[in-house]
Ligand binder design. Structure first.
Ligand code: ZN
Ligand code: ZN
Length: 329
């Protein structure tokens, strides 16, 4: 198992420790309080949730614009952008690192994608790998490469307060229907140690004769919580899950300067605790008991070890999403 912070940094951490340790303790207090608040708020949201009217879709297709794994000729990146198509229209879910990195623009061009083709953009949560890069996260401003923008402004559905220049911004505050026959779980909260309070919305759709399909971004609220909310919104059986579940067990993606950022900043644990195999075992058991027929895994926030385990241990037919691929659900 690799160090999450390279030994090169250890002397720096030792020198910084008189400031770092008190800061970590204060941060930990906020984090722990946030954790209790997030659990209570999610429970309250589920109590208030009412079944959603969702059309029975004949077809549902997922084209992967950005993912960690990529087909030949496509650029892989530690972000997410999914183009979800139904017979009622289509929607873009997240924009990866946007213009900050080449993956989205390059892959979109190869697939002939622009926002003119969709009914709306929906953002899962306001992290850099989903809303268009680090400057986008800092300024809470969804940022899309210029060449992908639509002629006329499209709606942009956000899980929390943020801006999206060139879009008609709508903040989603509770479960609701969205364009193209797709629905949102509404925001679900998670307290993260470094990134702080995070609201994330998953998408769901009802595929005729099959059941519910759930799309996640990073899966920060945990897939267990997301599925619990889905159960409050529809009594249809679960058919498929696609997207991130955040399991950087043996390492993170997109490491910088010897620091495995994903194992430190996006987890629901303090930085001195790892996400471990036991956590993954619990989630695998939870997914198996929810009983989807298909699972499409994201490698953008989950290490190869965790992907391998899920491929082997999930009862569902399981595959790893790749940029450039189209999956017919
Ligand atoms: Zn992510
Ligand atoms: Zn995230």
């Amino acid at each position: 198992m690799k160090f999450r912070i390279s030994p090169v940094w250890w002397p720096v951490l030792a020198v910084a420790s008189p400031v770092l340790v008190p800061w970590l303790l204060v941060r930990n207090r906020h984090f722990q309080q946030g954790r209790a608040r997030a659990t209570a708020l999610n429970q309250e949201r589920m109590r208030r949730a009412e079944p959603l009217e969702m059309p029975e879709l004949e077809s549902l297709e997922l084209t992967v614009l950005v993912e960690w794994k990529a087909r030949e000729g496509f650029i892989g990146d530690a972000g997410v952008s999914y183009w979800i198509k139904t017979e009622l229209g289509s929607m873009l879910y997240d924009v990866g690192f946007g213009p900050a990195r080449p993956a989205l623009a390059h892959n979109a061009e190869k697939l002939g994608f622009s926002l003119d083709q969709v009914e709306a953009l929906t953002i899962s949560h306001l992290h850099c790998d989903h809303i268009g890069g680090i400057p986008a996260q800092r300024s809470r401003q969804v940022t899309v490469p210029e060449e992908l923008m639509a002629q006329a402004p499209k709606p942009c559905f956000l899980p929390d307060r943020a801006e999206a220049k060139g879009f008609q911004v709508e903040q989603v505050e509770a479960p609701r229907s969205l364009p193209a026959g797709i629905a949102s779980t509404g925001p679900l909260a998670r307290s993260l140690f470094m990134f702080g309070w995070t609201e994330e919305q998953a998408l769901l759709a009802h595929l005729k004769d099959k059941g519910l399909v759930v799309f996640t971004g990073c899966g920060h609220p945990t897939i267990e919580t997301i599925l619990e909310m889905v159960g409050c919104l529809s009594s249809e059986p679960l058919y498929a899950i696609a997207g991130g579940m955040h399991f950087p067990v043996t390492g993170g993606r997109g490491n910088r300067a010897g620091i495995q950022l994903q194992t430190l900043v996006g987890t629901g644990k303090p930085p001195w605790q790892r996400i471990v195999d036991e956590d993954l075992s619990q989630t695998i058991a939870a997914i198996n008991s929810a009983g989807p027929e298909r699972v499409y895994l994201s490698g953008h926030d989950t290490c190869d070890h965790a992907l391998d385990r899920m491929m082997r241990e999930l009862d569902a037919e399981t595959e790893v999403l790749e940029a450039g691929a189209t999956c017919r659900l």
